[in-house]
Structures are given as structure tokens and as C-alpha cells.
Design a protein around this ligand. Structure first.
Ligand SMILES: [Zn+2]
Length: 182
């Protein structure tokens, strides 16, 4: 069944399960702005609805967060050697402020799922989408990937190293989360 939370103008699908241990579980599918609710069959529908209404301010926050994201798209020449060279030259310029170990090779990638990537073979790929980033943001991506040359994980030792070069990395990270790559 589909129900509506009028205050925030969204609907949710409710599915009942026998002996559902979580009680009530809410998931959100951003693309169709719809909530999916799974609930234990012993919880009356009225109770589920009350629960959903009480969470309206939180759900509104989720929705706004998504709407506030800035979509970025690549220019038509992004596959050209000139575009790649310009981006890698810019990285090289910023890496003057970094004196740790360097990658064996630098590449430009077209993935929408990461800003940068570092392989076990110490190849660092920088997403073409990084061309939209500010110098500070791009420097953070570079420091992050270079820190993976030393630590292949995201444990505290990794973040301590990132912080050494990027004291405001937490802000930069959240700025990057404000974009969607299209
Ligand atoms: Zn990482």
C-alpha cells in the first residue's frame, strides 16, 4: 500500500513482514523521491503512519540534501589529449605543495563514481570531473590518493597523513559530497 506524508509531499510504500526483527525499517530511493517502509506485521498501520509523520522533519532534511547537490557535466572536448594534459598539468602544479612519495603513473579517468583512485601498482587516476574543482578541492583529492601510496585503507593513520597536507580536509570532503557527477 502507498501512503502520503502531506507535510513534505512525499509518499511511501508499506510492506508487512511476519516476525520482522527490525520492527520498522525505512529506506529512501532518491531518484523517485519515494520512501519504502518494511514493518513487522504485528505493528498496526496507524502506528507505522504515526512513526513516519514523526520523522517528517528528518525526511525533509534528506530530500533537501539531495536537491542542494550541484550537478556537474563534462565539456564536449573532455576526451581530447589537450583536455587531459591541462588537467594533469594542473595536478602537477598543485603537487609542488606535496613532498611525499609519487605515483608510478598518472591517468585521467571518466568514472562517475570516484574523484581519484590509486591502484596497488601505484597508478593514480584522476577523474576528468576534477577539472571543475577549486585548487583546494583538487589538492585534497591528490593528497588523498597519494596517501594511499602509503596506506591502502581509510584507517586513522591514513587520515592523519591526509591532515598533515590538508588541515581542512574534512570541509573539503564535504564540499565534494555536494556534487553529483552526470
Ligand atoms: Zn581513499
Amino acid at each position: 500500500m502507498t501512503y502520503v506524508i502531506p507535510e513534505i509531499g512525499v509518499s511511501y510504500d508499506l510492506e508487512y513482514y511476519e516476525k520482522y526483527k527490525a520492527g520498522i525499517r525505512v529506506t529512501f530511493s532518491p531518484n523517485d523521491r519515494k520512501f519504502n517502509v518494511k514493518a513487522d506485521s504485528r505493528i498496526p498501520q496507524k502506528k507505522v503512519h504515526e512513526f513516519m509523520m514523526s520523522k517528517a522533519p528528518l525526511f525533509e532534511k534528506w530530500l533537501n540534501k539531495r536537491d542542494e547537490r550541484t550537478p556537474i557535466t563534462l565539456p564536449s572536448d573532455s576526451r581530447s589529449p589537450a583536455f587531459k594534459k591541462k588537467l594533469l598539468d594542473r595536478c602537477e602544479e598543485l603537487l609542488k605543495y606535496y613532498d611525499g612519495p609519487r605515483a608510478s603513473q598518472y591517468k585521467v579517468s571518466y568514472s562517475k563514481s570516484y574523484w581519484g583512485r590509486c591502484t596497488n601498482e601505484h597508478v593514480i587516476s584522476i577523474s576528468a570531473y576534477c577539472s571543475y574543482l577549486t585548487d583546494d578541492q583538487l589538492f585534497y583529492v591528490l593528497v588523498h590518493e597519494h596517501a594511499h601510496l602509503i596506506h591502502m585503507h581509510h584507517k586513522p593513520a591514513f587520515w592523519n597523513l591526509v591532515e598533515l597536507y590538508c588541515p581542512n580536509y574534512k570541509n573539503l570532503r564535504s564540499e565534494l559530497k555536494g556534487y553529483t557527477l552526470n
